[in-house]
Write a protein that binds this ligand. Structure first.
Ligand code: P6P
Length: 342
């Protein structure tokens, strides 16, 4: 076997060996997530060919129409891990409440929260979508998991990652020792290490990413920041490039690779923004921080925020340090109440 080919399984095992106290539980969880990603990727790839595209007729907890692929992805992840014996509870974007481990299976000492298929409304247009996951230690005292295990701040994550179902299927994850990217080789069905030790460029290709359709609803500071990035605020700043897919995993992945700034801010209609803290902002913040970038809600490190509700949202700014300094300067100057309003 070509010794330069590192599969995700080998990478996970190599990382586990660095922790003498490791039991292999986290490795098993990560490996099962990679399996789930392959199954989800297979259905995403053929979504246009089989009757799995479109609506289920159901509406999820957020009032969003649930697509067949959403439900499929949610089910694949839950079933890939409910019997592994290493999780005490799961929480999914698709489920209102926490998902307890069935009584017939053993409980473990980890917690998984996940967005099974983020951006799925873009699938019909063949736009990249993704899975996002976050892993914590169990903190509750009972024999099985509880909501307390799910409601933990991002700095306590033991691992985080995402899968992007794009022109290729990529899995990017961190356990706190660097950020590593794997590309699925469909000819052998293996995720192969393609982006070891990922680092976000200090400034990068001068790209900012935000839905400018909401400009009139933004705070004055954010409006001034985007005017600066567009080179129209009189500062003679060379205009930056605007890129916005509208699929978080794709926009964050591009920001990680090319540098720049991704924003999903709060506004007068949605002061807490749209993206979910537990299974979207916090895992992406662990990834971006691990790659040398930063992630805030405009005022606080995303990883420091203590969740109070399973599906709470947060404004999100993440990217290269040079751009995050501008967020601090422009958005941080706005009065806090826009963010604090429930
Ligand atoms: P908007 C996709 O629906 C999603 O949840 C994220 O993936 C994406 O970043 C955001 O919403 C896009 O929202 O309001 O710009 O369409």
């Amino acid at each position: 076997m070509d010794r330069s080919v590192v599969t995700i399984g080998r990478h996970i095992m190599d990382a586990e060996r660095l922790y003498p106290e490791a039991t292999g539980a986290l490795s098993t969880i990560l490996y099962e997530l990679a399996l789930a990603a392959k199954l989800i990727g297979r259905e995403v790839r053929r979504a246009g060919l089989v009757d799995i595209i479109g609506q289920t007729g159901h509406v999820n907890v957020h009032g969003e129409r649930v697509r067949k692929l959403d439900e499929y992805a949610d089910d694949v992840i839950f079933r890939a891990l409910d019997h592994c014996g290493h999780l005490c509870v799961m929480a999914s974007e698709e489920e209102e409440d926490i998902r307890l481990i069935p009584e017939k299976f053993e409980c473990g000492n980890y917690v998984l929260t996940y967005d099974p298929l983020d951006g799925s409304s873009n699938i019909d247009a063949n736009i990249s979508v993704g899975t996002i996951f976050s892993i914590h230690h169990k903190v509750s005292k009972g024999p099985r998991g509880s909501i307390e295990d799910a409601l933990q701040p991002g700095y306590r994550q033991v691992a985080a990652g995402y899968v992007m179902y794009g022109s290729s299927t990529m899995l990017v994850y961190t356990t706190g020792r660097g950020v590593h990217g794997f590309t699925l080789d469909p000819s052998i069905g293996e995720f192969i290490l393609s982006h070891p030790w990922m680092r976000i460029p200090a400034a990068g290709q001068r790209i900012y990413s935000v839905n400018e359709g909401n400009f009139s609803y933004w705070s004055p500071g954010l409006q001034r920041l985007v005017e600066r990035l567009k080179g129209i605020d009189g500062s003679n700043e060379k205009p930056h490039s605007a890129r916005y897919v509208g699929s978080m995993v794709a926009d964050v992945h591009r920001t990680l690779l090319y540098g720049g700034l991704f924003m999903y801010p709060g506004d007068v209609h949605h002061p807490r923004g749209k993206l979910r803290l537990l299974y979207e902002a916090a895992p992406m913040a662990m990834i971006i921080n691990g790659a040398g970038g930063r992630a805030t809600d405009g005022y606080r490190d995303i990883l420091s925020i203590q969740p109070t509700e399973l599906h709470e949202t947060t404004p999100l700014y993440l990217g290269s340090p040079a751009y995050m300094d501008l967020v601090d300067e422009f958005v941080g100057a706005d009065p806090e109440p826009l963010v604090a309003t429930a």
